[in-house]
Design a protein around this ligand. Structure first.
Ligand code: F6R
Length: 369
C-alpha cells in the first residue's frame, strides 16, 4: 500500500505532481474561465463581499498565508489570515459581507470547525477548502472546494498542502473573475502557468538526491533556521514546521527582513540556515535584499542552504549548498520551493531514526480544541 516506498510520506511527496494536476482538472474550461461547481455561494453574493478572512491550523495555515498574497493581488479585497485556535477568542469583526475560507485537509480539525461555526453565527459565508469528502467542516460550510490530493496517511502534511495552494489560487482567480478585477487574458495567463506547475514539481522531485545527502550530514545539529520573504516567508515557516514535527529539531522560520530586528543574533559558526530566494525576475528588489541577507549571515559563519530559481547567478557566491528550482511566477513559487523542504525534513528524520509517518505526540486529525 506504500507503493514500493519505505514511508507513506515519501509516497505522498512523490504523488504531488498528480495531486496538483488532479486539483486543477475540470475546473477550467476551454476558454480559460473557471468553473467551480462546488462553490455554491451565488456570484451575486460574492460580488457584495468586502473582506476575506482565512482560518486554518498548522500547515493549512501556511497555505492560507500564501493565499492572502494571491487574493489581495488578484481581487483587491482585503484579506486576513488567522490561526483558527485564536480566531473566535478575540471577538473578530465579521458580517454578511465577510467571506470566511476554512482550510483543512481532514475536515475534522476542531479549532477550524469552531472558528467557522463562530463566523456563521455572525452571518458570514463560509467556503471550505478540504481534502476529505463529506467530513464535518465542508458539511457545515456554505460551499466547498475539494482538493483532490487523495488520502493523506502520513501525519505530516505534504501533498495536501500543495493542493490547498492550488485551491486557494483557484478561489482567488474565481473571485477576481466574478468581481471583474481579473479576467480574460490575465486569468488565462495564470491558468497557463498553473497548468505547467505539475511538471515543474515533477522536475524538482527528480533532483532531490543532493538534498537528501545534505540532510544526512546535518543529523546531529540542534537548530536549523529558515528565511524567506513575500510568499517565501510562509514557505520558510512550513519548512521549519516539517523539521520540528519529523526530526524533533529546533527550527524556526523568519521573514528575512526581520533578521536585523533580532534573529541575526542567533547566527553562529556552522549554523544551517535555509533561505528561500524569490525570483530575480519578479520582485527583483526583494531578490536583491535577500541576497544581501545571505551575504550577511554567511559573513557571520552560517552554513547557507540556498533555494533559488534556475539561472539566478547572484546567489552562487554565497551559497554553501545550492538547491535549484524551476522558474515560476512569483505567486506560484511556493508550489516548487516547498518540495525540497519536505524532502529535507523527511530525510533528516530518517537519519535521526525517527518514525517518519507517525511522529511522536502527533495525530493525523486533531479533533479536540
Ligand atoms: C503539519 C500538519 C498539521 C496540520 C494541522 C491542520 O504537517 O499536518 O499542522 O496541517 O493540524 O490539519 P487539517 O488540515 O486536517 O485541518
Amino acid at each position: 500500500e506504500k507503493g514500493g516506498y519505505d514511508y507513506f510520506m515519501l509516497k505522498e511527496i512523490a504523488e504531488q505532481p498528480k495531486a496538483v494536476a488532479d486539483t486543477l482538472l475540470g475546473r477550467i474550461d476551454g476558454s480559460g474561465s473557471l468553473t467551480l461547481d462546488e462553490v455554491r455561494i451565488p456570484p451575486g453574493v460574492l460580488r457584495e463581499i468586502d473582506k476575506v478572512v482565512i482560518v486554518a491550523c498548522g500547515t493549512a495555515f501556511h497555505a492560507g498565508m500564501i493565499a492572502k498574497y494571491a487574493i489581495e493581488h488578484w481581487t483587491r479585497l482585503p484579506c486576513e489570515v488567522e490561526l483558527a485556535s485564536e480566531f473566535r477568542y478575540r471577538d473578530p469583526i465579521l458580517d454578511a459581507q465577510t467571506l470566511v475560507i476554512a482550510i483543512s485537509q481532514s475536515g475534522e480539525t476542531m479549532d477550524t470547525l469552531m472558528a467557522l461555526r463562530h463566523a456563521r453565527e455572525q452571518g458570514s459565508k463560509v467556503l471550505a477548502i478540504c481534502n476529505t469528502n463529506g467530513s464535518t467542516i465542508p458539511r457545515e460550510s456554505d460551499a466547498v472546494l475539494y482538493t483532490h490530493a487523495g488520502p493523506e496517511v502520513a501525519v505530516a502534511s505534504t501533498k495536501a498542502f500543495l493542493t490547498q495552494l492550488v485551491a486557494c489560487y483557484l478561489v482567488a482567480l474565481y473571485l477576481g473573475q466574478v468581481r471583474g478585477t481579473k479576467w480574460g487574458d490575465e486569468i488565462r495567463a495564470v491558468i497557463r502557468d498553473l497548468s505547467s506547475i505539475a511538471g515543474a514539481v515533477d522536475q524538482v522531485l527528480g533532483t532531490m538526491e543532493p538534498v537528501r545527502e545534505l540532510a544526512r550530514t546535518l543529523a546531529s545539529k540542534k537548530t536549523v533556521l529558515f528565511l524567506g520573504r513575500h510568499v517565501g516567508y510562509p514557505v520558510a515557516l512550513e519548512g521549519a514546521l516539517k523539521l520540528k514535527e519529523l526530526a524533533y529539531m529546533h527550527a524556526e522560520g523568519f521573514a528575512a527582513g526581520e533578521l536585523k530586528h533580532g534573529p541575526i543574533a542567533l547566527i553562529e559558526e556552522d549554523l544551517p540556515v535555509v533561505v528561500v530566494v524569490p525570483s530575480p525576475r519578479g520582485r527583483s528588489v526583494l531578490h536583491d535584499k535577500i541576497v544581501s541577507n545571505i551575504q550577511e549571515i554567511r559573513a557571520r559563519g552560517a552554513r547557507t542552504i540556498v533555494i533559488a530559481e534556475e539561472g539566478d547567478e547572484a546567489v552562487v557566491p554565497y551559497a554553501d549548498h545550492l538547491v535549484r528550482i524551476p522558474a515560476t511566477p512569483t505567486l506560484l513559487q511556493p508550489l516548487v520551493a516547498t518540495v525540497p523542504l519536505q524532502v529535507f525534513a523527511c530525510e533528516l528524520a530518517t537519519a535521526r531514526g525517527n518514525e517518519v509517518d507517525q511522529p511522536r505526540n502527533l495525530a493525523k486529525s486533531v479533533t479536540v480544541e
